[in-house]
Ligand binder design. Sequence first.
Ligand SMILES: Nc1ncnc2c1ncn2[C@@H]1O[C@H](COP(=O)(O)OP(=O)(O)OP(=O)(O)O)[C@@H](O)[C@H]1O
Ligand SMILES: [Mg+2]
Length: 288
Amino acid sequence: MHVLRQPQDPTQEATHGVTGETTKLGRAIVVTSGKGGVGKTTTTANLGTALAQRGARVALIDADIGLRNLDIVLGLENRIRYHVLDVLEETATIDDALIPDKHSETLFLLAAAQAREKDEVDTEKMRALVATLRERFDYVIIDSPAGIEKGFKNAVAGAEEAIVVCTPEVSAVRDVDRIVGLLGNRFRPQLIINRVRPQLVKKGKMLSVEDVNAFLRLPLLGVIADEPQIIVTTNRGEPLALQREGATANAYHAIAARIAGENVPAPTVELKKPSLLEKMGTMLRGGR
Ligand SMILES: Nc1ncnc2c1ncn2[C@@H]1O[C@H](COP(=O)(O)OP(=O)(O)OP(=O)(O)O)[C@@H](O)[C@H]1O
Ligand SMILES: [Mg+2]
């Protein structure tokens, strides 16, 4: 069980309380990509869930002001009373606005404002909010909007680390490359390659993990397959990482373990074994 006073990363900064005792700060990680629709929100919800399932205290911030999605993926859309702008503008306290997750006791969401603009966010106040949350949580994970404009700048403001999500498409790779350039060295960006389809890679019709990273050359945090179950679990508001079994759920748990500093084997996506029916189909077609 992770508690704030037992940090996993000895390099983390410390603050000093009134009594002089040291309080370790949680880690603030922004999830970003440049390109839209590559899986930032899905990744944030599943990693938040997987880290919370390990006992860590996790706050998720939906920084996609105006578009709000993370609440739906977590199934919390009916519980929102206040959002992140209410906190920044001091019309609500952090405690008013933090929504406890339905499934994981130690997971909380700060929802995005829907009827507001990204430009309305004060970057310095956002930085201060993340700093405050780091005193209370082991992880603060910020779901960034697509693009490289003000919304992105606000999302990264309080972060210390970055996870970049990329799909095996040339346009996504190029956008991640641009984002990594903008982030610079300070955020130690790590890569998650999402929506890989091993069968297409095998046929040479999709970029492989190696192709993507030959270009980006980032520490590889994880590889997530293109997984139809993700759409089902998203619609149910139950992140796939709530499941303890299955290749994709396990891939999220392995990423969480890696983030927590565990030495887990190199990420890969296994080719799904053909089902008996598929095998029989092949036999019936004379092995073609
Ligand atoms: N590994 C996956 N397998 C299948 N579908 C996925 C996977 N990851 C994400 N998706 C689907 O892709 C779509 C976009 O995902 P998501 O909303 O997480 O992307 P995003 O990067 O946050 O988008 P935006 O830039 O608009 O915020 C969603 O419908 C989601 O369910
Ligand atoms: Mg999103």
